[in-house]
Design a protein around this ligand. Structure first.
Ligand SMILES: Nc1ncnc2c1ncn2[C@@H]1O[C@H](COP(=O)(O)OP(=O)(O)OP(=O)(O)O)[C@@H](O)[C@H]1O
Ligand SMILES: CC(=O)C(=O)O
Length: 593
């Protein structure tokens, strides 16, 4: 059997390894819970033997984390506290714990227990591509957020189309608490609703719109019925022209304007169904005069600037100028370095995509509204083209919407959804996004775990660089980074990025393996959570450069990214060396000892 041992005492570890190997098992060892978790989730084991009292993550924290990602892996605990009834009872309350033994251990008893186990094929869950999860009522508690982080969430999205500032403030505090508890930097993405037009309040749980009948959309706020309803953006009414189509609830229902009017518009129901409160209204044929950053967006952004937000996403972007405008507002506030994500969902955005990617810090392919604003059949091709362009311009890209939609209600995804996620990974997306599945679904942790397992599976086969055949201009890159990326025999690059200016390039050129970003800044570490192949290590100590490298190497080794004998490249950008030489870039090769 393949057995993972977690034990901080060297003497016990060596003894256990020797006995297990002699009995025909293969073993691997970790010295604490966190290292054990990295190993357990990146390789396949049939069973785990763990100590309880270890530095950093102890046995309980390790078991709790494993319960989230591999709830069926058998764990045997060996502890000096085996005779304390509370401890034993607590351990055995975990279904995965199949035995608790005291120290010194009786190996024969352990071996009997092992011989009763069937060989497992627990799927590993270490992944590179990032998971953005929308947080809502189903997922905003600290406990669920912690489990989602353990299961593989990297970025938490707060959708400002819903909820109050107070609610988002509470959710943010919970995200930050869970982030600290599990020791993984999490980027928080504030999604501004932009000129998203929605229905107003509807009576009961929605109203039935029947094909062929007429319905009025009115400017004055009202509780909607089957014959008239209002919208949160009454200013659209003057833009509507006779014959314009109106799509409701992500295109599920359709109306057609039959009589124009500034205060009310008469429509014929073309496709009927139930219409609920706050559902999206899309007007693909109407020239709208709404501004792309609304007054609500400005108030929401002001809130973001006062809170620990890392990315702000702008909806319904039409041109690069809108991105530059919002960047100006952020810079003028002098408050924090929030990065701007352009959501691509309008035909105008697709048309100006190169300029928008140039202006934005990241891109979201917002397939929900895109599939209404444009023919849905064009979405897959647009998705692939945007992913390619983003790679060319060093910009991380999120593929969003309906990826595991059926899991909002079900415990397993459809095969088509599994394929959708793996295609996006194959195409080279940095991140995949969950919306209602995690905001309002029945089991957000299970959804994140499922998405992580699909990513891991696909990444095992990704030997081929999806961008291999795209022409690229390397003259704008730091030569130290491109050189390190092309060195044979080097397992990864470690970037010392004091000013946080080179990691985008590192992400671009070393696409197929995780690379280490060494930074002093938690903020940079959180930003890097959107790049699929960067692993941030925060080192704040004022120690000489070589000691920084040594310390980072130790951590990378503990986390399973490096092992003894591996060669890795350390890369630096521009700086003045201690000898006063203005250095453009440098790299150094180190063999892990
Ligand atoms: N902060 C929140 N408070 C309450 N409900 C929320 C919150 N965030 C999301 N939800 C619920 O989860 C559902 C799905 O979330 P999602 O972010 O996909 O919103 P959406 O309105 O469907 O889409 P869009 O991205 O176009 O705004 C929402 O329709 C809403 O019911
Ligand atoms: C994410 C989003 O807003 C969309 O897909 O429309």
């Amino acid at each position: 059997m393949r057995i993972l041992i977690l034990e901080d005492s060297k003497a016990s570890r060596v003894l256990l390894e020797a006995r297990l190997n002699k009995a025909g098992h293969t073993t691997q060892s970790a010295v604490n819970g966190r290292q054990g978790f990295f190993l357990a989730t990146s390789r396949q084991y049939d069973a785990i033997i763990s100590d309880l009292n270890m530095p950093g993550w102890d046995g309980f924290k390790f078991i709790e984390a494993m319960k989230v990602v591999c709830p069926r892996i058998p764990i045997i605990v060996i502890t000096g506290s085996a005779n304390e009834p509370d401890t034993k009872e607590r351990l055995l309350s975990f279904e995965m714990v199949i035995g608790v033994f005291g120290k010194p251990f009786d190996f024969d008893k352990i071996n009997v227990l092992l011989s009763q186990l069937k060989g497992q094929s627990n799927s590993s869950v270490s992944k590179m591509a990032r998971i953005v999860a929308t947080i809502g009522p189903a997922s905003n508690s600290k406990e669920i957020l912690g489990k989602m982080i353990v299961a593989g969430m990297d970025v938490a999205r707060l959708n400002f189309s819903h909820g109050t500032h107070e609610e988002h403030g509470q959710t943010l505090a919970n995200i930050r608490a869970a982030e600290t508890e599990w020791g993984k930097p999490i980027a928080v993405l504030q999604d501004l609703c932009g000129p998203k037009i929605r229905t107003g309040q509807m009576e009961k749980n929605g109203v039935q719109l029947t094909v062929g009948k007429t319905v009025i959309i009115q400017a004055d706020e009202t509780v909607g019925t089957a014959s008239r309803f209002s919208t949160i953006a009454p200013e659209i009414l003057i833009d509507l022209r006779e014959g314009d189509p109106i799509l409701l609830d992500d295109g599920l229902l359709e109306l057609k304007v039959t009589k124009e009017g500034a205060r009310e518009v008469l429509c014929k129901i073309i496709v009927g169904g139930i219409l609920k409160s706050s559902k999206g209204i899309n007007l693909p044929m109407t020239q709208l005069s709404l501004p792309s950053v609304t007054e609500k967006d400005k108030r929401d952004l002001a809130w973001g600037l006062d809170h620990s937000i890392d990315y702000v996403a702008l909806s319904f972007v039409r041109s690069a100028a809108e991105i530059r405008d919002i960047k100006k507002i952020i810079a003028a506030s002098g408050k924090r370095d929030i990065r701007v994500i352009a959501k691509i969902e309008k035909p105008e955005a697709v048309e100006h995509i190169t300029d928008i990617i140039e202006a934005a810090d990241a891109i979201m392919i917002a397939r929900g509204d895109m599939g209404i604003e444009l023919p849905a059949a064009r979405v897959p091709r647009i998705q692939q083209e945007i992913i390619n362009l983003c790679w060319q311009q060093n910009t991380p890209v999120i593929t969003a919407t309906q990826m595991l939609d059926s899991m909002t209600a079900n415990t397993i995804p459809t095969r088509a959804e599994v394929t959708d996620v793996s295609v996006a990974i194959k195409e080279g997306t940095d991140a995949v996004m969950l919306s209602g599945e995690t905001a309002a679904g029945k089991d957000p942790v299970n959804v994140v775990r499922t998405m992580a397992s699909i990513i891991t599976e696909e990444e095992q086969y990704q030997f081929k660089d999806p961008f291999e055949n795209i022409k690229d201009d390397t003259t704008r890159a730091n030569p130290a980074i491109t050189a390190a990326a092309n060195l044979p025999g080097v397992v990864l690059t470690m970037l010392l990025d004091a000013r946080g200016v080179l990691y985008q390039q590192l992400s671009k050129y070393s696409r197929n393996e995780p690379n280490i970003l060494v930074t002093r800044s938690l903020h940079v570490a959180r930003h890097s959570s959107l790049y699929k192949n960067l692993v941030p290590i925060i080192i704040r100590d004022d120690i000489p450069r070589d000691e920084v490298v040594f310390k980072a190497m130790g951590i990378a080794k503990e986390w399973g990214y490096l092992k003894t004998g591996d060669i890795f490249a350390v890369v630096e950008g521009e700086r003045l060396t201690q000898g006063g030489i203005p250095q453009t870039g440098a790299f150094q090769l180190i063999t892990v000892s």
